[in-house]
Design a protein around this ligand. Structure first.
Ligand SMILES: [Ca+2]
Ligand SMILES: [Ca+2]
Ligand SMILES: [Ca+2]
Length: 294
C-alpha cells in the first residue's frame, strides 16, 4: 500500500515536470469572469471597449454587434482563447471587434487608447499569433483575424495625427484558409504589411512597386526610422460579413525580448499547476503519514 502511494507521488511529479517544460514562455492573460469567461459586445455604431483586468489588454473598437472575449468556446494552449464574432449591425454596418495590448491604455469616450511607448519601431523584430475561423462564418473565405502593430510615426506622442498601425493578413502573404482548425502565422522582416492611419492614408504605397500591399516590415522600418510602438492588436470586421473565430498566443519581440500572451479562463476544467502541486503535496503528506503510522 505504501509503495503504491509513493509511486503515485512520483507520477504526479513527472506530470508537473512535463507541464512546466511544455509551457515555454507563454504568460496567461485571464478573462475577467470565471469559466466560461467573457463575451463583450456592443450594439451601437460607436467604438466601445473594456479592460481585461490589469493585464494591459483591452476588448476594444467593438461596434455594430461585434463581440470579443476571452472564453472557453475555442480552447487553445489550455482552456481558452479570445473569441471574436461579428454580423451586420445597425444601418447595415458590418461589426468590428478587436483585442488590443495598449501601452499606458487610457479610456476616452468608452474606447481605449495608448498613452506611452513600448519602445522604438527599429527595435521590433517580429510577431506571431494563432487564429481560428469557424466554418459557420459566411464572410469572404480569406477574411480571418488580422494581427497589427500600433505605431506613432514620428515618435512624438504629443502629435496624434500620425498614429496608426501596420497590418498582417495571410491573404497578402500567400497561404490557405482552413476552417475549424487553429492556424499560426509569423511576421518577420520580409513579411508584407499594409498600413492604416500614420498620417499617410490607408494602404499607402511606400516602396517602388506599383502595388500597395507588398511593403515588407524591413521597408516600413526604413520608411519610419523614428516611429515608436504603442501596442499590438488582433481583430475582425469593418466591411466583413458574418464571422465567428478566435485568436490566441499573440507574441512580439522587442529588443530581443519575446512576450507571448496566452488567453485563458480561471475556474475551468483544466487544472492549474498550483492545483496539481497541492494534490502532489497532499499525496506526499499522506505517504509520510502512512509511514509514520505503519
Ligand atoms: Ca489559450
Ligand atoms: Ca506623433
Ligand atoms: Ca508597393
Amino acid at each position: 500500500m505504501r509503495k503504491n502511494l509513493q509511486l503515485g507521488v512520483v507520477a504526479v511529479g513527472a506530470v508537473l515536470g512535463m507541464s512546466v517544460a511544455g509551457s515555454v514562455s507563454a504568460a496567461p492573460v485571464y478573462a475577467n469572469n470565471a469559466s466560461p469567461g467573457d463575451t463583450y459586445t456592443n450594439a451601437s455604431t460607436t467604438n466601445q471597449g473594456q479592460a481585461v483586468g490589469a493585464s494591459g489588454w483591452y476588448y476594444n473598437n467593438v461596434r455594430n454587434n461585434g463581440s470579443v472575449g476571452i472564453n472557453t468556446s475555442n480552447p487553445r494552449s489550455g482552456n481558452g482563447s479570445a473569441a471574436m464574432s461579428g454580423t451586420v449591425g445597425p444601418g447595415g454596418n458590418s461589426s468590428k471587434a478587436d483585442i488590443e495590448y495598449l501601452s499606458g491604455g487610457v479610456a476616452s469616450g468608452g474606447n481605449y487608447f495608448a498613452s506611452t511607448s513600448m519602445g522604438s519601431f527599429s527595435s521590433f523584430s517580429g510577431m506571431s499569433y494563432d487564429w481560428y475561423r469557424d466554418s459557420t462564418s459566411t464572410a469572404n473565405a480569406n477574411q480571418v483575424p488580422a494581427l497589427r502593430i500600433l505605431l506613432d510615426l514620428d515618435g512624438n506622442l504629443s502629435t496624434t495625427g500620425d498614429r496608426g498601425g501596420l497590418v498582417f493578413e495571410r491573404v497578402y502573404n500567400g497561404g490557405t484558409f482552413p476552417t475549424d482548425s487553429w492556424q499560426s502565422d509569423t511576421v518577420t522582416s520580409s513579411t508584407y504589411l499594409w498600413n492604416f492611419g500614420l498620417g499617410i492614408g490607408s494602404a499607402a504605397n511606400i516602396n517602388s512597386t506599383p502595388y500597395a500591399y507588398d511593403a515588407t516590415l524591413a521597408e516600413w522600418q526604413a520608411y519610419a526610422p523614428n516611429a515608436v510602438i504603442l501596442g499590438f492588436s488582433a481583430g475582425i470586421g469593418s466591411g466583413w460579413g458574418p464571422f465567428s473565430g478566435a485568436v490566441d498566443n499573440i507574441s512580439w519581440t522587442i529588443d530581443g525580448q519575446t512576450t507571448t500572451s496566452n488567453f485563458e479562463v480561471q475556474g475551468g476544467a483544466v487544472p492549474e499547476p498550483a492545483t496539481l502541486l497541492l494534490v502532489g503535496l497532499s499525496l506526499a503528506g499522506l505517504a509520510v503519514s502512512r509511514r509514520l503510522h505503519a
